[in-house]
Design a protein around this ligand. Structure first.
Ligand code: ADP
Length: 160
């Protein structure tokens, strides 16, 4: 069984993330979306909120599960018996950092392969930062985050 882990902060999950999840779910038998604590970033939404959002929008995919993780990604992947780590690439700017992380993970866990999926052209400009920024100004975020969570994201971030 081919199991893949898709890690990120998902602060909040965007249509770009969801596109990667959907495509990965067709490639792998099981996809585990790992919502990371990531001490380097100070998230806007709590870990529970971020994981709940991901659960809500991925509920319709039978082979996608959601988990939170606090330690090393490769440890989590091994615990889950995952042989693959999925990363989405939006632009060359993503590549440098992701390439470094992939090489490091390969050193730590040679049996785990990192698989890069290129962002859908429609979503290359999308990031959680943009979603949060737009929500702050009460802008229409329906083209940025999945519709199941738009109201909650706006309620939390809109200044109006
Ligand atoms: P961000 O970089 O927006 O803070 P995350 O840390 O949650 O997002 O990213 C998790 C993963 O999703 C990374 O592999 C990242 O490159 C990828 N990703 C983020 N936004 C998109 C997008 N719009 N399209 C495809 N992949 C994306």
């Amino acid at each position: 069984m081919k199991i893949a882990v898709y890690p990120g902060s998902f602060d909040p999950i965007t249509l770009g993330h969801l596109n990667i999840i959907k495509r990965a779910s067709r490639i792998f038998d099981r996809v585990i979306v790992c919502v990371a604590v990531n001490s380097a970033k100070k998230p806007t939404f709590t870990l529970k909120e971020r994981a709940d959002f991901v659960s809500r929008v991925t509920g319709k995919y039978g082979n996608v599960d959601v988990a939170t993780c606090d330690g090393l990604l490769v440890d989590f992947a091994r615990e889950q018996k995952a042989g693959f780590i999925i990363k989405g690439l939006r632009a060359v700017s993503d590549f440098e950092m992701e390439f470094q992380i992939a090489l490091l993970n390969k050193k730590l866990a040679p049996e785990i392969e990192t698989v890069f999926l290129t962002a859908d052209e429609k979503y290359t400009y999308l990031s959680s930062t943009i979603a949060r920024e737009m929500a702050t100004y009460n802008a229409d975020i329906s083209k940025v985050v999945p519709r199941e969570i738009t109201a909650d994201v706006l309620r939390r971030l809109s200044n109006k």
